[in-house]
Design a protein around this ligand. Structure first.
Ligand code: ADP
Ligand code: ADP
Length: 229
């Protein structure tokens, strides 16, 4: 479903590649978590999938297609993106935020309204109470719920999540992790996620991909990772 084939990225002005000879497959309906120290290339790998970063070599396939051949609409229909904290538009309401991609896709107003409410229900935010709020009137956890609702609104098969729970307090975080994992499993989404938190990787991942210095070190189920010496 997501496949990196020899993907590499060297940023302009850098001598060392941020990512090199990167081969990874994420099977349909599973979650793969990229983990490793700061600067090891996790975000670069993630952003190659939705073309925020263009590879210096190699390619990335989504549903068997090279993402280089997808236009912005094609990318957004296939790939949802959850960012840490700052990802919501601050001057737009919760409903307007969730409606972003359906709006770009030209859905009718009635279909969008129905979808927004369904998405808020899905992530545990009562639509009547939260629809018209602005992000600054929400807790960190609630903002991340809206971020997930927005990313899933147009029902993309693939979801990218970059440190999705970084701004959520520790008590709310484990509950949110479990809830989101449940939602993604029920919807059979194919997920690539970045974290530097090993507990989060173990909690959320079907597979964990360990990275160092722009390279993949190991890909394994969480249990195998924990058992490693
Ligand atoms: P991680 O997500 O694991 O922290 P990144 O993918 O963000 O790692 O970064 C990998 C390497 O690429 C780092 O050395 C970082 O400084 C560098 N890098 C990331 N983005 C850019 C950029 N836009 N320009 C130059 N260097 C970058
Ligand atoms: P593909 O995206 O693989 O070329 P699709 O059948 O998904 O094939 O879409 C055909 C073209 O129309 C693509 O360029 C796609 O991005 C674009 N497209 C699809 N749906 C919409 C839409 N709702 N509004 C505008 N453009 C769209």
């Amino acid at each position: 479903m997501i496949r990196f084939e020899g993907a590499a990225k060297t940023y302009p002005g850098q001598t060392e590649p941020a990512l090199d000879a990167f081969d990874l497959a994420v099977e349909a309906g599973t979650t793969c978590v990229l983990i490793g120290p700061s600067g090891c290339g996790k975000s670069t790998a993630l952003q190659l999938v939705n073309r925020l970063v263009v590879p210096s070599a190699g390619r990335v396939l989504v549903e068997g297609r090279d993402v280089a051949g997808l236009d912005p609409i094609g990318l957004r229909r296939r790939i949802g993106y959850v960012l840490q904290g700052v990802g919501l538009f601050p001057h737009r309401t919760v409903a307007q935020n969730v409606a972003t991609v359906p709006g770009l896709l030209g859905w009718t107003r009635a279909r969008i309204t129905e979808r927004v409410d369904a998405m808020l229900d899905l992530v545990g935010l009562e639509p009547g109470q939260y629809r018209d709020r602005r992000p600054d009137a929400l807790s960190g956890g609630q903002r991340q719920r809206v971020g997930v609702a927005r990313a899933l609104a147009a029902d993309p098969p693939v979801l990218l999540m970059d440190e999705p729970f970084g701004a959520v307090d520790p008590v709310a975080r484990t509950r949110l992790q479990d809830e989101v994992r449940g939602i993604l499993g029920r919807l059979q989404k194919t997920v690539l996620m970045v974290t530097h938190d090993i507990d989060e990787a173990v909690r959320m991942g079907d597979t964990v991909a360990l990275m160092r210095d722009g390279r993949l070190v190991q890909v394994a189920p969480p249990a195998a990772l924990l058992a490693a010496p």
